[in-house]
Design a binder for this molecule. Structure first.
Ligand code: PGA
Length: 236
């Protein structure tokens, strides 16, 4: 069964998020779709949504702390208010745009692991590494597991090549399967693919050997498209 996750990034408001989640929930219900769906809204749009058990709301980011003096950050006290128990860690935008180091990411991972959160952990190589070949790509990706307990029971992985995120350039099926099969051989956890996944290619990608679902940004922000994405993958 596929896992379909939507990363809102810096999109949608509190109001539009609530209507998006309610609409997706009704869609899953009326079509009896049992895929696991996860939505990561902005921090300001987190709330206590009443959803089916297979629709989960997660945090895009939070600080590895319960509470304290960390201006601009969230801790578990704020997530607990809305019973949020799922978090995205290691996304390429946090690594490359916001400058999170592997060390900081590993600390965050350990903290949220100790709290029992479901962690969607992202890895992926930039273009120059991809161009250096598969061995270099895998070497780079494996380094993103430094300090990460890959045996954690509540772990979902997402392979997202940086050059494919938000660019409209999707990795080829061959790119995806070669990286996925190598990661899966080392780490037997659910492994999503992310990077320019859309309505038209989600089924083909999710049906590939070693792909357990998709983490989607841009193409998931329109609720009709996201419904179609869920529809296209419901039988996989
Ligand atoms: P994209 O983003 O679907 O817009 O490429 C994917 C992601 O960053 O999770």
């Amino acid at each position: 069964m596929s896992i379909i996750a939507s990363n809102f990034k810096t999109n949608h408001t509190r109001k539009s998020t609530a209507s998006f989640i309610n609409e997706i929930n009704s869609f899953l219900k009326s079509n009896e779709i049992t895929s696991e769906v996860i939505v990561f809204p902005t921090a300001t749009s987190l709330d206590s949504f009443s959803t089916l058990p297979n629709l989960t709301i997660g945090a895009q980011n939070a600080y590895p702390v319960e509470k304290g003096s960390f201006t601009g950050e969230l801790g578990t006290v704020q997530l607990d208010e809305f019973s949020i128990k799922t978090i995205l860690i290691g996304h390429s935008e946090r690594r490359h745009v916001l400058g999170e180091s592997q060390d900081e990411i590993a600390k965050k991972y350990d903290f949220y692991k100790s709290k029992g959160y479901k962690i969607v952990y992202c890895i992926g190589e930039p273009l120059e590494v991809k161009e250096a070949g598969l061995d270099k790509t895998l070497e780079y990706v494996y380094e993103q597991f430094d300090g990460i307990d890959v045996n954690y029971e509540n772990l979902i992985l997402a392979y997202e090549p940086v050059w494919a995120i938000g660019t409209g350039v999707t990795a080829t099926n061959e790119d995806i399967t070669s990286v996925h099969s190598a990661i899966k051989a080392k780490i037997p956890k659910p492994l999503l693919y992310g990077g320019s996944v859309k309505v038209g290619n989600v089924k083909e990608i999710c049906a590939l050997e070693g792909v357990d679902g998709a983490l989607i940004g841009t193409a998931s922000w329109d609720v009709e498209d996201f419904k179609q994405i869920i529809e296209n993958t419901k039988d996989l």
